[in-house]
Design a protein around this ligand. Structure first.
Ligand SMILES: CC(C)(COP(=O)(O)OP(=O)(O)OC[C@H]1O[C@@H](n2cnc3c(N)ncnc32)[C@H](O)[C@@H]1OP(=O)(O)O)[C@@H](O)C(=O)NCCC(=O)NCCS
Length: 147
């Protein structure tokens, strides 16, 4: 993701979330000094999805992931997660952590399928609408060593 992608990504974010990140939040992610890892996935030139991860010490945090409605169910989120998992492993991370709305069954299923474990809740973490976050963690190392 570059500065030139920000407006398009923010528009897709508004389609995908009730409480979207602002364009300014995405703009901050593409600054070179930032510890973030912003990626986009294009299919035939069209923006199909994006992922933002933060690398801090030996942890990766999946801060945002979304796939455009027209592109869902084709394995694109899986592909982006695989990419993150490999990058996190190569950077020496021990875990990938994330928060997800407790009602977001599709996302929770995606994470569980990838070996993420629930490790607690953050009460009222989200607003618009207010909702608890489920905290999930994926330990790294075992599967990556086999690849
Ligand atoms: C969650 C999201 C990123 C999934 O993207 P996607 O590209 O459609 O997902 P994939 O095609 O890669 O599917 C991977 C796995 O996710 C799960 N999944 C995806 N769509 C699903 C659905 N409609 N119902 C149940 N599980 C689903 C399945 O486990 C699937 O694996 P399978 O196909 O082997 O069953 C997408 O639905 C989205 O952008 N949602 C809105 C934004 C969002 O909620 N982001 C997550 C915030 S924490």
């Amino acid at each position: 993701m570059t500065a030139g992608d920000v407006a398009e990504v923010a528009a897709l974010e508004r389609l995908c979330f009730e409480d979207p990140w602002s364009p300014a939040s995405f703009a901050a992610e593409v600054k070179p000094s930032h510890f973030g890892w912003p990626r986009i996935l294009r299919v035939g030139g069209r923006l199909a999805g994006y992922l933002i991860a933060w690398f801090v010490e030996d942890e990766a945090h999946l801060a945002n992931i979304a796939v455009a409605p027209w592109a869902r169910g084709r394995g694109y989120a899986q592909r982006m997660l695989d990419h993150l998992r490999r990058e996190a492993y190569l950077r020496g991370c021990r875990i990938i952590a994330l928060e997800v709305r407790s009602s977001n069954r599709v996302a929770v299923r995606l994470y569980e399928k990838n070996g993420f474990l629930s490790c607690g809740t953050r009460r009222d973490y989200y607003s618009r609408p207010r909702e608890d976050a489920l905290m999930m963690v994926l330990p790294l190392g075992l599967q990556e060593n086999e690849e």
